[in-house]
Design a protein around this ligand. Structure first.
Ligand code: PLP
Length: 233
């Protein structure tokens, strides 16, 4: 087995343990492999190890990989910050977007989603740690945005995403994830039909699964440490 394939298996095993501890079915939690900064060959290796959902954060880098891997039936997710000049390419090339945090961006994605593709699956990114530096809609404004986004014809609002402030303490990790889960439950009580809680990364996915994550976004634990080449566009 290659390193990536054995890392993938180790992550799946750890996810199953976390699900069992939370008395959840292992199938309730989907693995999204975050391949930013890694070459198409690494993605191909993960694909051969049984992984079909991949996420990218930087548009130009992602478009290059999507083209290089067009022979594989990969489901591509966009999880990076979205500027207005990126919406068209995101709408054209991705199945999911997790980082919607403004109505204007959601409206552009909906308007630009090509007619021959199914609606773009979307999550709202919520700022649950209230850090000035992090993107995401403030917690208190999320319900209003969710209601507006749910009405857009070519987006399908699936749920919520968050990147909490990093912490080594499981109790602190769980508290942040619990805030996102409570918001998710509140929106569903108000009549929305959300099914996706996108939360948990390499260092905190067990806590996220304990708090109800349905999709964990894992990069380092699968591909290794990233060497960044910061994109400028
Ligand atoms: C990079 C990234 C991840 C993956 O983080 P790891 O710590 O490498 O698992 C998850 N979510 C988002 C939004 C990211 O940008």
């Amino acid at each position: 087995m290659t390193t990536i394939a054995s890392n993938l298996q180790a992550v799946r095993d750890a996810m199953a343990v976390a699900a069992a501890e939370a008395e959840r079915a292992p199938d309730d939690v989907n693995l999204l492999a975050v391949s930013k900064s890694f070459a198409p060959e690494a993605i191909r290796e993960a694909y051969e190890g049984g992984q079909t959902r991949f996420a990218e954060s930087y548009l130009q880098e992602a478009l290059h990989k999507i083209a290089a891997l067009h022979d594989l039936p990969i489901e591509w997710h966009f999880i990076g910050p979205i500027q207005g000049n990126k919406t068209r390419a995101i709408a054209e090339h991705f199945a999911w977007v997790h980082s919607v945090d403004r109505l204007k961006i959601a409206e552009r994605l909906s308007a630009q989603r090509p007619a021959h593709l199914p609606p773009l699956q979307a999550c709202l990114q919520v700022n649950i740690s209230n850090e000035a530096s992090k993107s995401g809609i403030p917690h208190d404004a999320a319900a209003q945005l969710a209601k507006a986004v749910a009405l857009l014809p070519r987006l399908r609002l699936r749920g919520l995403m968050a990147i909490p402030a990093p912490s080594d303490e499981v109790a602190v990790q769980r508290e942040a994830f619990a805030r996102l889960r409570e918001l998710f439950e509140q929106l569903n009580r108000q009549g929305m039909q959300l099914d996706t809680l996108s939360m948990g990364m390499s260092h905190d996915f067990a806590a996220a699964i304990a708090e109800g994550a349905t999709m964990v976004r894992i990069g380092t634990a699968i591909f290794g440490n990233r060497i960044y080449q910061k994109e400028t566009t």
